[in-house]
Design a protein around this ligand. Structure first.
Ligand SMILES: [Cu+2]
Length: 160
């Protein structure tokens, strides 16, 4: 108890002027800490605007291309190139398009289980089809033809 009282009297020992100075110093420190983040946020916004401008199809925010085989979808472009049943990601609210290119002469399609969106079935090698949806939740993409999903045509879709 004695200690506490001493502490209080020490606090009141600071005049208003000093307290005010302390507040100013705190505000300056807070701004100094926040500034790089604010600058970064501004930079990100600029980058997004640039991306939107260079996007040939502004209605799609995220695009993936997969080659369809019975034993799995294989990424054709970008970071997922060469990966079998790659994890596809998007931010919530983004418009996502996944295009499949048939890698063989067997019917395939692509269906988003939770989003309830599906592509047309492609039958011949080289034919393409796509599914477009608004990213809302983690999901799985798969082929709804026969037992293709069980055979290996399934991958994860995740919200970033
Ligand atoms: Cu299939």
């Amino acid at each position: 108890m004695k200690r506490k009282r001493k502490h209080v009297s020490t606090l009141t020992g600071y005049g208003r002027g000093r307290l005010g100075t302390r507040l100013v110093v705190l505000v300056v420190i807070a701004v100094a800490i926040a500034f790089p983040f604010l600058a970064m946020a501004g930079g990100e916004q600029e980058q997004e605007t640039q991306e939107a401008e260079s996007n040939p199809n502004p209605s799609v925010d995220r695009e993936y291309v997969l080659e369809a085989f019975l034993d799995g979808y294989v990424g054709l472009e970008g970071e997922i190139e060469g990966q079998t049943n790659p994890v596809l990601t998007a931010r919530a609210g983004e418009t996502v398009r996944i295009t499949i290119v048939n890698g063989e002469s067997m019917p395939h399609d692509i269906v988003m289980e939770q989003h309830g969106a599906s592509s047309e079935v492609v039958n011949s090698r080289g034919s393409e089809s796509s599914v477009t949806f608004t990213a809302e939740t983690d999901d799985y993409y798969f082929c709804s033809v026969g037992s293709h999903r069980q055979a290996g045509m399934e991958g994860e879709f995740r919200i970033e």
